[in-house]
Design a protein around this ligand. Structure first.
Ligand code: TYD
Length: 196
C-alpha cells in the first residue's frame, strides 16, 4: 500500500468545518511513472477532505510527438467505467454540477484548460482547481459538487461508474445535507449503499 500512495503527489489538506471558507487544494508536482502505476486496490490511505475525494496521477507517455494518457477501470481508478461524457463550450461565468449522487462515482479531468471543482460532503467544503490533462479528481458517492471558473475553451471529461439515472441525483442541496448528515461517518451516509 505504501507503494500506491507514493505516486499521489497532493498534500493532505487541513480539515475545516467552516463551509464559508473553502480551502484551496494545491495539487503539487506530477511525478507519475506510467511503468510503475500500481493497481488500484485495498483501502485508500491518503484521504483528502471531503472524505475519500482524491486526486489521482494518471499515467503519461511522453515522446517527441506529444503526450498520451490512458485510464483503465479498476486499475487506475477504483471503478468500472460505464459512461463517458464531457462538458465544453462553457460560457464565461457559468457553473455546472450543483448536485450529488447517491451511488455514482466519477473521475473528472481538465482535458483542456482549467476549472474549479468545489466538493462538499456535508462536513467539509473544499476547492480543487483542475488544470492538468493527467490529473483526475475522483469523486465518490454522496459528495455535492459544483464546477465553475471555466477557462475559455476548457473541456471537462467525466468518467462515470454507471449509466445516466436521474433517480441517482440529489439536485436539492438541503435534501442532500439532510441525508449526508444522517450518519456521523462521512462518505457513508447513504442508507441505500449497495443497492442500485
Ligand atoms: P446535469 O447533470 O445537470 O449537468 P452537469 O451536472 O454536468 O452540469 O445534466 C444536464 C442535462 O443533461 C440534464 O437534463 C440531464 C442530461 N444528461 C443526460 O441525459 N445524460 C448524461 O449522461 C448526463 C450527465 C446528463
Amino acid at each position: 500500500m505504501e507503494q500506491m500512495t507514493a505516486h499521489h503527489t497532493y498534500e493532505t489538506p487541513v480539515h475545516t468545518p467552516e463551509k464559508e471558507k473553502p480551502l484551496v487544494f494545491e495539487t503539487g508536482t506530477h511525478t507519475a511513472d506510467p511503468n510503475e502505476m500500481p493497481a488500484f486496490s485495498g483501502p485508500r490511505e491518503k484521504r483528502a477532505a471531503p472524505q475519500y475525494a482524491r486526486l489521482i496521477d494518471l499515467p503519461v507517455i511522453r515522446d517527441l510527438r506529444g503526450s498520451l494518457t490512458y485510464i483503465e477501470g479498476f486499475h487506475h481508478i477504483p471503478f468500472e467505467i460505464k459512461r463517458v461524457y464531457y462538458l465544453y463550450d462553457v460560457p464565461g461565468g457559468a457553473s455546472r454540477g450543483g448536485h450529488a449522487h447517491k451511488q455514482l462515482e466519477q473521475l473528472l479531468i481538465a482535458i483542456s484548460g482549467s476549472f474549479d471543482v468545489i466538493l462538499d460532503d456535508g462536513q467539509t467544503r473544499q476547492i480543487f482547481p483542475l488544470n492538468r490533462s493527467y490529473l483526475g479528481l475522483h469523486i465518490p458517492r454522496m459528495v455535492w459538487r459544483e464546477l465553475d471558473n471555466f477557462s475559455s475553451g476548457s473541456v471537462c471529461l467525466v468518467l462515470a461508474s454507471d449509466v445516466y439515472e436521474e433517480d441517482d441525483y440529489y439536485r436539492n442541496y438541503d435534501e442532500f445535507i439532510t441525508e449526508a448528515t444522517r450518519t456521523t461517518e462521512p462518505g457513508d451516509a447513504c442508507p441505500t449503499r449497495g443497492s442500485t
